[in-house]
Design a binder for this molecule. Structure first.
Ligand SMILES: Cc1cc2nc3c(=O)[nH]c(=O)nc-3n(C[C@H](O)[C@H](O)[C@H](O)COP(=O)(O)OP(=O)(O)OC[C@H]3O[C@@H](n4cnc5c(N)ncnc54)[C@H](O)[C@@H]3O)c2cc1C
Length: 379
């Protein structure tokens, strides 16, 4: 049986980051990806903050940054709040490949077209069974997405609540705001979620929706019809869907000799559904801890729990954003409109990203309805 110090399962943002950090720690790393290519094999809006690239150690070159954009958030009655902060629409495949290339430079081995079918604890190591081989490893990092086989093999039954999403990439759009990513909220438009239009260029855009308690595609088609002035002449050139874990981080993602990161562990900001930055950060933290633990000869749960310390700030943000989501999902369309009249850019950023909820709550405390329905829930 071939042996590696660390085996990372899954070549998404979390997995390539984990492989890079572990290999940078001078241990023997193998990354396994089931698809033939390391790329964005799942649909994604590909919108990230500038800090995401800094965290990942990837330069914002024109190859990777397709588009720079500010954001517009719309309430059910289309009251607009502008968020002037510039973010990126990235080519996620090239972004992931760049991190994978860095992992390879540090010495990580990468196997594509090799699906992991089971992970079994044997003595103090793990046996990793794939479509081609059986390996042994001291630490296995499960970065294999929402339906993680590693999580299931470890007997983890807790799964964060998913929101089903569907996304079209549409060509020949007549975009009114080609320099803005747009978010649309409303219980009739997208119950329990939101719809989005993220431009890739002047005429090409990702148009998607996440809904809870309905058929996402039906809501997406209704959304496309609603914006017929921009989308009637557009043609769908990509149509895919996937669940996004928005129910918060699972309570335990570290085990003896094993860790779960990224979507596999619910490392997603609940209110926005954004998971690229948080997954990269989780992968880097897990890879670093795994390498140190291997070198110290202690891969116990207790040693690997250092992950929680390194990832503490993100876990707090995820928790706070979940709290905000639980409060916002109870608001009526009229209340969302009121919020849009009161809110400024910083309020939305703090609320959605789980940053300063206290500040946002204090702003709403004097409002007759929102004080009870939102402010008190946030405090
Ligand atoms: C429609 C949609 C839009 C989104 N838009 C955004 C956005 O704009 N911005 C943002 O920040 N986030 C967005 N997200 C969320 C983001 O895509 C994810 O949170 C992020 O990709 C999670 O990274 P990950 O590495 O944990 O998992 P994944 O990206 O799911 O990667 C998991 C990898 O593991 C591989 N794998 C799975 N099983 C196995 C196996 N058994 N053996 C080997 N390999 C395996 C998969 O092929 C895949 O490559 C969106 C998600 C969806 C669905």
């Amino acid at each position: 049986m071939k042996e590696h110090d660390v085996i990372v399962v899954g070549g998404g943002p979390a997995g390539v980051s984990a492989a890079k950090a572990a290999a940078a720690g001078n241990v023997d790393v193998l990354l396994l990806e089931k698809y033939p290519t390391i790329m964005a094999n799942k649909p994604c809006g590909e919108a990230v903050s500038k800090e995401t690239l800094a965290t990942a150690g990837v330069k914002p070159s024109p190859r990777i940054v397709m588009h720079e954009a500010y954001a517009l958030v719309y309430s059910p009655s289309l009251i607009e709040v502008k968020i002037p902060q510039i973010g990126y629409n990235i080519n996620k495949s090239l972004f992931i490949q760049e991190i994978a290339a860095q992992a390879a430079e540090y010495g990580a081995d990468i196997h594509v077209r090799e699906e992991v079918s089971a992970v079994v604890r044997q003595d103090s190591k793990y046996v990793v069974k794939t479509s081609r081989e059986t390996y042994q490893t001291k630490v296995v990092i499960g970065a294999d997405g929402y339906n993680s086989i590693v999580a299931r093999s470890l007997g983890v039954s807790e799964r964060p609540e998913p929101i089903p999403t569907v996304q079209y990439i549409m060509a020949n759009c007549k975009l009114k705001h080609p320099d803005a990513v747009r978010f649309y909220l409303g219980n009739r438009l997208a119950p329990g979620g939101y719809a989005w239009i993220f431009p890739r260029s002047e005429k090409l855009a990702e148009v998607g929706i996440g809904v809870r308690g309905g058929v996402a595609k039906e809501y997406l088609d209704a959304f496309v019809r609603k914006f017929s002035d921009e989308l009637a002449s557009a043609r769908i050139i990509d149509y895919r869907g996937a669940p996004v874990p928005i129910g918060g981080a699972i309570s335990e993602s570290v085990f003896d000799g094993a860790m779960l990161v990224g979507d596999a562990a619910g490392h997603v900001i609940p209110l926005t559904g954004a998971g690229i930055h948080s997954s990269v950060a989780a992968g880097l933290a897990a890879g670093r801890v795994a390498a140190d633990a291997v070198k110290e000869g202690d891969t116990s749960k207790q040693r690997l729990s250092q992950f929680y310390k390194l990832y503490e700030n993100w876990l707090s943000r995820i928790n706070r954003s979940l709290k905000a989501m639980r409060a916002v999902e109870k608001l009526s369309d009229e209340e969302l409109d009121t919020l849009a009249r009161i809110f400024q850019a910083d309020d939305i950023l703090d609320l959605a990203n789980g940053l300063d909820l206290g500040r946002v709550a204090r702003k709403l405390l004097s409002h007759p309805v929102l004080a009870v329905k939102l402010a008190r829930q946030l405090l």
